[in-house]
Design a protein. Structure first.
Length: 240
């Protein structure tokens, strides 16, 4: 998996450079981002309390949208690591028409204490925006691709997968919003499902308090491993 990891990170760096290269260099370039740091409680394959950090950036052009997301979790007790998880995601969207888009996504996940030590997936597909109002946004997508997995015992799996996703946002007030996302990747050896719910309340300026709950589920895991991991987080988020 080390070679695959290097290829993934190299591709991500190339895509990032390509996205920035499209910029006009003016102060009005539509680049937005968020950085968060907070408390995280996990249950499932590991029960621990720790700090977590995340960072995301979105670069939008008239017909293109590039999204990058990175997060990490780490905790140790008496010099023994009890939690270690890293996520990286990239998605590019090419809009056509008013509510339709094509997308390509790349996801890398590493978790020392889940049934799967590492998973990498690459998909392409079609999506549609079903709700596009001032208070409600709803996107859904369907794609096909491949996934490479390394189990905790060192076994490797390669799958062709079908990927389905739903993303919903509800702007409740000027300072509060709710987000719900669901991603399902189904292959011949395993179906992974990841759901995230987040409630965001702006405190002052660009700083907000975010409460989130994430569930990651694998249909097939090695003996002795739990199918589901749960992550509850309270974090301060800075938007720019």
């Amino acid at each position: 998996m080390s070679l695959m990891r290097a290829a993934v990170l190299g591709l991500c760096a190339f895509l990032s450079h390509a996205a920035v290269a499209q910029s006009t260099g003016t102060p009005t370039d539509p680049i937005t981002g968020k950085a968060a740091l907070g408390y995280l409680a996990t249950s499932g394959n590991t029960d621990s309390e720790s700090a977590n950090a995340s960072f995301s950036i979105v670069y939008t052009r008239p017909d293109w949208k590039h999204s990058f997301n990175v997060s990490g979790v780490g905790a140790s007790t008496e010099d023994r690591t009890t939690a270690e998880s890293y996520l990286f995601g990239y998605e590019a969207r090419r809009a056509f028409g008013e509510h339709h888009f094509l997308f390509t996504s790349l996801d890398w996940k590493r978790d020392r204490f889940s049934g799967y030590a590492e998973q990498v997936s690459q998909t392409v597909g079609y999506g549609r925006r079903f709700l596009d109002g001032e208070r409600h946004l709803l996107d859904a997508g369907l794609g096909f691709g491949a996934r490479q997995s390394e189990l905790r015992d060192g076994t490797e799996e390669d799958d062709r997968i079908v990927r389905g996703s739903v993303n919903y946002k509800w702007v409740m007030t000027e300072t509060t919003d709710f987000e719900q996302s669901l991603v399902i990747e189904s292959g011949s050896t395993n179906t992974s499902t990841e759901s995230r719910s987040a409630l965001r309340a702006r405190i002052i300026g660009n700083i907000a308090l975010v409460l989130s709950y994430r569930v990651k589920h694998n249909s097939s895991v090695p003996p002795g491993s739990e199918n589901a991991d749960r992550f509850s987080s309270v974090a301060l988020e800075y938007a720019f």
